[in-house]
Design a protein around this ligand. Structure first.
Ligand code: SAH
Ligand code: SF4
Ligand code: F3S
Length: 453
């Protein structure tokens, strides 16, 4: 293949922002470039080719990208590089949104690509290497799934498996439908055969991905078939199965029931509530009420009393009053989450909410945010106490970054668990295995204990 020649002897590094979709796309990019003879490296100074996979869901991520790419100008190319200059590419959601405009703002950028054309990246990079020019390709919609591309997974024992791409929900604050396009489901046979190949390769945990996995299949089969996907993946023999993200309006009783019946489905669910105020939920176009949400929680806990719930909350949506915020606070209190991802509303140009008048002072929003974070921390601590004294099966990820004498891994409820590396073993040899850990201490963000053999 002629496009492969420019890559021999080169090194590359992918910097990933944003959600699991980007992480998955980055693994595909690594798979393609490794296949073409480029070597992955862990830092920017060592890399001849740097690729940013970007996110624009909130303003902070946007700003960070511009700063990082601008500062690359001062990082010299390594001496052994076969290239005459470093090649810098920007893809993902900012690539899709800004296209050509990025090159105007960052003239030393070589390649811009969107969310629908990962497959073109090697040829765009190859052209940039050959002619040192700018190469931009952003398509309006996808004609293939990135899952048809090779992959180089971050961990051998865990795999992301996209079942849908895009989103049709148009929550009024959210940029995702504009940068990821309309929802498309992947054929069930494809999904199952990919899952089987992972099981055969020794993968222990599969996470099904989609902006709203619950509506899987509506475009292909006329009705959601997510519960069928869960059955089919469970039947492959995979050890642990998870999925993200679930939209409360589409979470069916059938799917809730699977938590009680499917061997592999882990007792943890991320169910973004966004707000507890019906007025705000309506303005967000979420299409459920707080009562409906609480009913889902009741059913989930009936199916699996000990299920760990997590959520996303936006504080300071335009027009949010103290009373609206109190309703959110009460909802969070009532549910009792294991984890809550809290965000301050960030105005995104081009979304409907961007034109709603927004006059709540910044300090008021920050104060609400701080109160919520306080509650969330107390709640996480309380929830984790239920596991103190229990023995939990932990899927080991390796040595802890904070303390190399400790193993780190995940419990079925997706809690981070630490334990000293047992004598005669090593973090490397245990990575990817499931070890029973007796929990001695339950903290806010992790459990710690001893491996029992
Ligand atoms: N499809 C998923 C995830 C979307 S993005 C879902 O529907 O849950 C992840 C989270 O970012 C959202 O759940 C929301 O809480 C947050 N988010 C999205 N747009 C935002 C904005 N403009 N400002 C602040 N938070 C936002
Ligand atoms: Fe954004 Fe809503 Fe789609 Fe999630 S469901 S990606 S929040 S529009
Ligand atoms: Fe960000 Fe795009 Fe995901 S905007 S959250 S990377 S879909």
């Amino acid at each position: 293949m002629t496009t492969s020649t420019p890559f021999f002897g080169t090194t590359f590094h992918v910097v990933t922002f944003g959600c699991q979709m980007n992480k998955h796309d980055s693994e595909r990019i690594s798979g393609m470039l490794e296949g073409l003879g480029s070597l992955p490296v862990n830092s920017i100074p060592e890399a001849d080719i740097v690729i940013y996979m970007t996110c624009c869901v909130r303003e902070a991520a946007d700003v960070r990208l511009y700063g990082q790419v601008a500062s690359l100008k001062n990082v010299p190319l390594r001496k052994e590089s076969p290239l005459t200059k470093r090649i810098v590419a920007v893809g993902g959601c900012i690539g899709q949104r800004d296209g050509e405009k990025l090159i105007q703002k960052l003239p030393h950028l070589d390649v811009v690509f969107g969310t629908h054309n990962l497959v073109s990246l090697p040829s765009l990079l190859g052209e940039a290497i050959a002619d040192c020019g700018h190469h931009v390709e952003v398509l309006d919609s996808a004609n293939s799934f990135p899952t048809e591309l090779p992959t180089s997974r971050e961990h051998a024992w865990a795999a992301w498996l996209p079942i849908t791409i895009g989103c049709n929900n148009f929550c009024t604050y959210c940029i995702v439908p504009y940068v990821r396009g309309r929802e498309k489901s992947r054929a069930m046979d494809d999904i199952v055969s990919e899952a089987r190949s992972y099981v055969a390769a020794g993968v222990k945990e599969i996470t099904l991905l989609g902006q709203n996995v619950n509506s899987y299949g509506r475009d292909l089969y006329g009705e959601p078939r997510f519960a069928d996907v869960l059955d089919a993946i469970d039947a492959t023999g995979i050890e642990r199965l998870r999925f993200a993200t679930s939209h409360p309006k589409d979470l069916t009783d059938e799917v809730i029931g699977k938590f009680a019946t499917l061997r592999s489905l882990m007792p943890a669910l991320h169910l973004p509530a966004q707000s507890g105020s019906d007025k705000i939920l309506e303005a967000m176009n979420r299409r459920y009420t707080s009562a409906h949400y609480l009913e889902l929680v009741r059913k989930l806990r009936k199916a699996v009393p000990d299920i760990a719930l997590s959520t996303d909350i936006i504080v300071g949506f335009p027009g949010e009053t103290e009373d609206d915020f109190q309703q959110t606070y009460d909802l969070v209190k009532q549910v009792g989450y294991h984890q809550v991802f809290t965000f301050i509303y960030s105005k995104r140009e081009g979304t409907p909410a961007a034109s709603i008048p927004d006059d709540t002072p910044r300090e008021v929003i920050q104060d609400r945010f701080d109160r919520l974070v306080d509650l969330v921390q107390h709640q996480a601590f309380e929830r984790n106490q239920a596991d103190a004294g229990r023995t939990v099966p932990v899927l080991v990820e390796g040595a802890s970054r904070r303390d190399a004498r400790l193993l780190v891994g995940k419990s079925p409820k997706n809690q981070t668990v630490h334990a000293p590396i047992p004598q005669g073993t090593s973090a490397e040899s245990l990575a990817g295995s499931i070890q029973n850990v007796r929990v001695d201490q339950a903290k806010t963000w992790y459990l710690s204990g001893q491996v029992v053999r």
